[in-house]
Write a protein that binds this ligand. Structure first.
Ligand code: ADE
Length: 290
């Protein structure tokens, strides 16, 4: 091959690699923008903490559901359901992360769990922002911290269990095929209902391990969520990628502290984590470092 043919080939290859690189960057940006709505965003405002929640991420940490008498709720298709008074958002709220650069991280809240460094996030950020804005006080946090030891004496994960009972069929429901018996599992659920929303603690079998784990969910009625301009959201189906807002103010600061208390009674580990997080917040002071 002649040298200038080789050089032409080299230039084409370079152009191709460059174009491919640019396409990858564009795709990565487009994908990130596409899923940004799924992020829970904690946004401090002048006298409130605004939490942005996704309305249509049916398999994520914030799921739209219909209320059911058993309290577990029924998942629904948000864009096909007129979301209104019967519906709520079930938020599996977090309080820590392994990644220092994850969304809603407070890098100054660092603690070690089982040898691993954790950073405060989500609920931790809500508490830090709420304290800074005067939505809650240092005394509120000190009071919660003082309660932890008492609450850790009887935590649900350690005390409660899923029970299994033999439950014969009632006569009128017919009989089972020969050789089969009927068993039913009972899973306890714990509810803290308030006028602002409710908190659920559910026991679930641990993934990849034995025993159960206590899961904490914050449940927010659709009647309490706001649109971006701060007005109540009118009932109706969700728009694609719609997000809504929930505000913590002085009026519902107790609900924020209820979440801390729910973790404190959920398990010994959660209780200990709350102790570490509250300790870091009150020891650092509201406006100084955090
Ligand atoms: N760990 C962090 N957040 C949790 C939650 N909401 N439920 C159970 N464990 C958790």
């Amino acid at each position: 091959m002649k040298p200038n043919t080789i050089s032409k080939l080299g230039h084409s290859a370079l152009r191709f690699v460059l174009a491919l690189g640019l396409a990858c960057i564009w795709l990565a940006r487009a994908t990130a923008a596409d899923t940004e709505y799924k992020l829970v965003r904690i946004e401090p405002a002048s006298q409130s903490i605004r939490v942005r929640l996704p309305l249509t991420d049916v398999s994520g940490k914030v799921r739209p559901k219909e209320r059911t008498p058993d309290g577990y709720g029924e998942p629904l298709a948000p864009t096909k359901t007129a979301l209104g008074p019967k519906h709520y958002l079930e938020w599996q709220i977090g309080y820590d992360t392994r990644e220092a650069d994850a969304p809603n991280v407070v890098k100054e809240i660092q603690f070690v769990r089982k040898g691993e460094t954790k950073f405060g996030a989500e609920l931790s950020k809500m508490l830090v922002d709420a304290l800074r804005l005067g939505v809650i006080s240092t005394n509120d946090l000190l009071r919660e911290r003082d309660r932890l030891a008492k609450l850790s004496e009887a935590t649900l994960e350690e005390r409660e269990g899923i029970t299994t009972e033999k439950t014969p069929l009632e006569l009128k429901s017919g009989t089972l095929p020969d050789g089969f018996t009927r068993w039913t599992q009972k899973v306890p659920q714990f509810l803290r209902e308030t006028e602002h929303g409710w908190i659920q603690i559910q026991l679930k079998p641990r993934q990849r391990a034995v025993g159960n784990q206590a899961m904490v969910y914050v449940c927010i009625p659709m009647t309490r969520v706001l649109t971006a301009d701060g007005k109540p959201r009118a009932p109706g189906p969700a728009r694609t990628k719609e997000t809504v807002f929930y505000e913590f103010t002085k009026a519902n600061a107790g609900f924020l502290l209820d979440i801390v208390r729910a973790f404190a009674i959920a398990s010994k580990q959660h209780n200990e984590d709350m102790g570490q997080i509250l300790g870091r917040i009150v020891d650092n002071g509201p406006a100084r470092k955090l």
